[in-house]
Design a protein around this ligand. Structure first.
Ligand SMILES: *Cc1c(COP(=O)(O)O)cnc(C)c1O
Length: 576
C-alpha cells in the first residue's frame, strides 16, 4: 500500500461495479419485475414518491396537499364510527405517512447505522406477517420455529461456532440481545438473582467499556445494577477499543477481594467509529485469571456485534486473489477487520442485528450463544408457565426468553435476505459501502482542516472534526494537541472554541450531499492521573446505504470547501 498512489488505491474497478449494479438492481430497487409484491398500487405510489430523493426540507411541500395532510394527521383523535370498504388503495393518511417517513433510499442518507432494507427481506417480512407465527411456543409457531433454527445454524456456521452446540433466538433489537448477554452472565454467576435480585448474596461487578453503545449502560439500570458502584467501565485506546491492561487491572482488583464478575461486555464494531475489541485476548485473559484465582464460574463474555457481525461474510474471502476486485484501500482495511472477526467465535454470546447492516426491515435481531446449555441458566421456574403444556415447554425458548409473544417477521426477513443475496451478494454490497467510506475519508484528509477519527478502524462509520482553516493548517497536529490533556484554562478554551466552530459550520451547512449528523462523543483526550478524559464531539456519516455513490460524497466535500476551493485543497481532486 505504501508505494501506491492514494487515488489509484481508491479507484473503482469495472468488474466490481458491474457486480454491484446487478446486486442493486435485483435486490434494492423495489422493481415489480423482480418482486411482484411491489406492483401493488399503494406500494407503487409510496415508492415512487420516495424515489424522488428530495432534500429533507423539500419533501413535505412536494407531496400533493402535504401541508394540509400533516396538519390533519397531527390533529386526528377519533376512531371513525363507520367502517370503510376496501378500495385497493391505502387511505390518504397511511399513504402520506409511509411516503413521508424518512427516505433511507435517498443516496444522501448517511445518518447513523440505519438502512433501506433489501427487497427479499421486505418480501420475507410480508410472508411472515401474513402467516403471523408466534415464536413463544412451538404450537403457535409451527414451521416458523424451524426457520428460526435454520438462521441460527447458518449464523453459527458463519461465525465458526459449532452448530450442534450453539443456539440462539430472535428478539427485539440489538439492545435486547445485549440484555440477554448480561442476563446469561448474571444467572450463571449469581444464581440467587433469579429470586432475590442483584447483590443479595454476592458482591459483584459488571464490566463493559467506555466505547460501548448506550445500551451497555441502560440495560444495567434495567437489571437493577447500581451503575455508579457496581459497573466498571474500562478505559479505551485512541482508536476507541478496550484497554487490555486496564481490564486486567480491574479484573484482578475484583478477584482479589472475592467480588464476582458475572459478565464482560465487549464491542466489535462500535456505532460511531467501528472500534473492534480483541475478543480472543479477553477470553484468554479471563481463563488465565480464573485458573489463577480458582474461579469456577467464569465471567460470561458477550460481544455486541450489532453492526460488526457482517464482517463474518468475508471470513472465507480470498484476499490474495480478490475475486470481486475490491479496491486496494478498502481491501487492506477489510482484511485487518476480518482477521479480528475471526475471533468472534471466542465469545460466549454475541449480537446480530439483521435490521442494520443485514438489510432486513425492523425488527430483526438475533442473539447467539456458543453453548446451548447457557440457555438453561436463563430459564424461569416452570410454575410460571401454567397455560402451556408441560411436555412441550422444553421444545422452545419459552422459559428462557424475556418476551412472551415473539413475532416471526424478522426471522422470515433474515432468512430471505441471507438466501437471496447469499454470501457473495452481501460481500458485494458491504464492499461497496466500505469503498464509499474509505473514499470519503480520503477526500476529508485532502482538505487539511479535517481530522478523520480512528481511520485505521476502516468501518462504515466515518467520524471527523472540522477546524477553522483560518487558524488551523494541520488538522492532525491540532488534534494531537487536543488529545494531550492539559490542566490549564487555555487548553480547555481551545477545545471548546474548536468544537464550537465545527458545530456552527455543521448547523449553517444544513443537509447537502451527505446527510450527516452530530455526535457529542466521537473521540476522547488522553486520561489524566485520576483516570478522567474529555469527550470530543464531531460529525459523522455512516455508509450503509447501497444507493450512495461518489457523487454525493464529492458534493459534500465541494460544499464544505466553500466558494474558493483552491484555497484549502491539499491533495488532488476526486479520484478516478
Ligand atoms: C445500534 C446498536 C445497538 C442497539 O441496537 P438496536 O437494534 O438499535 O436496539 C447496540 N450496539 C451497537 C454497537 C449498535 O450500533
Amino acid at each position: 500500500m505504501n508505494s501506491v498512489d492514494p487515488d489509484q488505491a481508491h479507484s473503482l474497478h469495472r468488474d466490481f461495479e458491474e457486480k454491484f449494479e446487478r446486486v442493486k438492481r435485483l435486490y434494492f430497487s423495489r422493481d415489480p419485475r423482480h418482486w411482484p409484491c411491489f406492483a401493488d398500487a399503494g406500494f407503487r405510489d409510496v415508492s415512487s414518491f420516495r424515489a424522488l430523493h428530495l432534500a429533507p426540507h423539500l419533501r413535505l411541500g412536494a407531496y400533493s396537499d402535504g401541508e394540509s395532510l400533516a396538519r390533519k394527521l397531527q390533529a386526528e383523535t377519533d376512531i371513525p364510527e363507520q367502517s370503510r370498504p376496501p378500495d385497493g388503495c391505502p387511505n390518504s393518511m397511511l399513504r402520506f405517512a409511509a411516503a413521508m417517513s424518512k427516505d433511507w433510499e435517498n443516496p444522501s442518507s448517511a445518518e447513523n447505522v440505519i438502512t433501506m432494507p433489501c427487497d427479499p427481506a421486505i418480501y420475507g417480512a410480508m410472508l411472515g406477517t401474513l402467516a403471523n407465527a408466534n415464536l413463544v411456543y412451538e404450537e403457535y409457531a409451527g414451521m416458523a420455529s424451524e426457520l428460526e433454527k435454520v438462521v441460527v445454524r447458518q449464523i453459527a456456521n458463519l461465525a465458526g461456532y459449532d452448530p450442534d452446540r450453539a443456539s440462539g433466538f430472535f428478539t427485539q433489537g440489538g439492545t435486547f440481545c445485549n440484555l440477554y448477554g448480561y442476563l446469561a452472565g448474571i444467572r450463571k454467576s449469581l444464581p440467587e438473582a433469579k429470586h432475590h435480585g442483584m447483590g443479595y448474596t454476592h458482591d459483584y461487578r459488571i464490566i463493559n467499556s467506555q466505547g460501548g453503545h448506550y445500551s451497555n449502560i441502560t440495560n444495567l439500570s434495567l437489571l437493577g445494577v447500581d451503575i455508579r458502584k457496581r459497573a466498571i467501565r474500562i478505559k479505551i485506546s485512541n482508536n476507541n477499543n478496550i484497554d487490555l491492561q486496564d481490564l486486567e487491572r480491574q479484573l484482578r482488583a475484583c478477584f482479589d477481594v472475592g467480588s464476582v464478575v458475572p459478565a464482560i461486555m465487549l464491542t466489535m464494531g462500535t456505532t460511531d467509529t467501528f472500534a473492534v475489541d480483541p475478543v480472543k485476548a479477553v477470553h484468554d485473559l479471563r481463563n488465565r485469571l480464573c485458573l489463577q484465582y480458582g474461579i469456577d464460574v467464569k465471567p460470561h463474555i458477550h460481544v455486541d456485534s450489532a453492526i460488526g457481525w457482517t464482517m463474518l461474510f468475508f471470513l472465507g474471502y480470498d484476499f490474495d486473489e480478490n475475486p470481486l476486485q475490491i479496491n486496494g484501500a478498502t481491501l487492506a482495511g477489510l482484511r485487518r477487520n476480518v482477521e479480528m472477526f475471526r475471533e468472534l467465535r471466542y465469545a460466549d454470546s454475541f449480537t446480530v442485528d439483521f435490521q442494520k447492516w443485514g438489510y432486513a426491515p425492523y425488527t430483526s435481531s438475533l442473539v447467539m450463544f456458543a453453548d446451548r446449555s447457557d440457555l438453561k441458566f436463563l430459564e424461569n421456574d416452570p410454575e410460571n408457565f401454567s397455560y402451556f403444556e408441560d411436555e412441550l415447554q422444553g421444545h422452545s425458548h419459552l422459559q428462557a426468553t424475556i418476551e412472551c409473544s415473539r413475532g416471526a417477521a424478522g426471522v422470515f426477513a433474515a432468512y430471505a435476505a441471507l438466501n437471496f443475496l447469499g454470501i457473495e451478494g452481501y460481500q458485494v454490497v458491504l464492499a461497496h459501502c466500505l469503498q464509499n467510506a474509505d473514499y470519503f475519508r480520503h477526500r476529508l484528509r485532502q482538505l487539511g482542516f479535517a481530522k478523520v477519527i480512528a481511520p485505521e478502524n476502516a468501518g462504515p462509520s466515518v467520524g471527523f472534526r472540522l477546524y477553522n482553516p483560518d487558524g488551523v493548517s494541520d488538522a492532525e497536529a491540532e488534534f494531537a494537541v487536543e488529545q494531550h490533556r492539559q490542566p490549564d484554562k487555555e487548553y480547555l478554551e481551545r477545545l471548546s472554541a474548536n468544537s464550537a466552530f465545527h458545530r456552527q459550520v455543521f448547523l449553517d451547512r444544513g443537509k447537502v450531499g451527505l446527510y450527516t449528523n452530530w455526535v457529542s462523543f466521537i473521540a476522547h483526550t488522553s486520561y489524566d492521573e485520576t483516570g478522567r478524559c474529555h469527550r470530543l464531539p464531531g460529525e459523522k456519516a455512516v455508509f450503509l446505504n447501497p444507493a450512495t455513490t461518489r457523487r454525493q460524497i464529492d458534493e459534500f466535500i465541494h460544499h464544505i470547501l466553500g466558494p474558493n476551493p483552491g484555497q484549502h485543497l491539499h491533495g488532488a481532486g476526486p479520484a478516478a
